[in-house]
Design a protein around this ligand. Structure first.
Ligand code: FES
Length: 118
């Protein structure tokens, strides 16, 4: 229904707290997926909401993610901790593995899926 080059709007930037998270549904490579969005000022990073440890969602309730005082995202299932620059697990059962990044960009105050980046 949408052309491959059309960036898909996922959420308004202002709907994500600065330094916080949101969860959205998006189509990634033809499959409906849950995404973790993390906002830092005007920048947003996104990953599949799938933990590399056992494949569970990381949120404890839809859109509710745990963040430590020193800025790590913690999987609610078994406590794997991920740094938020690259989504790499730095502590816990999947240390050294990473969340799978999804390309997004902020345009006109909207977070859009960057489908051109594949
Ligand atoms: S599924 Fe995330 S730590 Fe086990």
């Amino acid at each position: 229904m949408s052309t491959p080059e059309t960036p898909k709007s996922l959420i308004l930037l202002e709907a994500i707290p600065d330094g916080g998270f949101a969860e959205v549904e998006a189509e990634v490579e033809g499959s409906a997926e849950s995404l973790i969005l993390y906002r830092e000022g005007h920048a947003v990073r996104a990953w599949l909401n799938v933990c590399p440890h056992a494949g569970r969602r990381l949120d404890w309730a839809p859109g509710q993610f745990l963040k430590t005082g020193d800025g790590l995202l913690v999987c609610a299932a078994h406590g794997a901790s991920f740094e938020l620059a690259r989504g790499e697990c730095v502590a816990g059962p999947c240390r050294g593995e990473s969340l799978r990044a999804v390309a997004v960009r902020v345009v006109d105050g909207e977070v859009r899926q960057d489908v051109s980046a594949g």
